[in-house]
Design a protein. Structure first.
Length: 267
């Protein structure tokens, strides 16, 4: 690209630092080598994208809405192209599964996504595992997306596009990861079922003898023994009270009979 045109674009974006311009030019050079299949991007839009990436890497303020307007692309195409260039140049910052899940509202899928990545890594040859970085957005995003699919969690459509990879690459990886996700979800369902239908613990001999004693009415605790000892005394007291009552009634009856007899004998 014409260096003068590149400088004008940078000036319009408010980027005048020599360091930013130098970094953006290097990104532009690399993008022309590595990002040959970047659909929809023009020379000007590619330059704007590289300027934004340079400003972001150096943590300089930038009007991103104006950058989209200056690129001549609509916002969706611009963001997709920027993510693709960022991915191909290896400029993406590593975002963990949890942070990604918080951003797209699918926290319930984090555990399964983590297990998916572990099984995926274990399935690869040892030589491939050494050079594999599962913290890259392509893998974390695809694992979370696959977990959501397996768990039937509605995922934000923007989750897939946040990987920065081409749709074909992302879809192929998701297809691989979903197989592991289905295995994990199936195992989890089986485990829950076995817990629900687990047989009850069999009683020990001591417990069985204890129940037999209870059925025979024998006292099995100090409290029950005290209650059983107290019952005869209470029964005896009730019998004594009944005897006193009967003696009183008999005495009363005799007094009345004597009184009547005396009255009848009186002239």
């Amino acid at each position: 690209m014409d260096r003068e045109l590149f400088g004008r674009l940078a000036s319009k974006m408010g980027l005048t630092s020599v360091k930013v311009l130098s970094q953006a030019e290097e990104y532009l050079r690399l993008s022309q080598l590595r990002c040959t299949g970047l659909g929809g991007a023009t020379a000007s839009s590619r330059a704007v994208i590289c300027l934004e990436l340079a400003a972001t890497s150096l943590k300089l303020p930038l009007d991103k809405d104006f950058a989209v307007k200056l690129s001549g692309l609509n916002k969706k195409v611009y963001q997709s192209s920027l993510k693709s260039v960022e991915c191909m140049l290896g400029l993406q910052s590593s975002v963990g599964l949890r942070e990604l899940a918080v951003q797209y509202g699918c926290m319930d899928a984090v555990k399964v996504a983590s297990q998916i990545l572990e099984r995926y890594e274990a399935s690869l040859p040892a030589a491939h595992q050494q050079n594999l970085d599962l913290s890259k957005p392509l893998f974390t995003t695809a694992a979370l997306f696959a977990a959501c699919k397996c768990m039937k969690i509605r995922a934000d459509k923007k989750l897939a596009s946040s990987s920065g990879a081409k749709k074909g690459v992302f879809d192929r990886l998701c297809s691989q990861l979903q197989k592991f996700g289905q295995e994990i979800c199936s195992e989890s369902s089986s485990l829950k079922g076995s817990i629900k239908t687990a047989p009850k613990r069999q009683k020990t001999l001591t417990e069985m003898l204890q129940e037999e004693e209870d059925d025979d009415g024998l006292p099995t605790s100090p409290k029950q023994q005290r209650e059983q000892q107290r019952r005869p005394r209470e029964d005896e007291e009730d019998d004594a009270e009944e005897d006193v009552k009967q003696n009183y009634e008999e005495w009363k009856r005799k007094i009345l009979e004597n009184a009547l007899g005396a009255k009848a004998a009186d002239p």
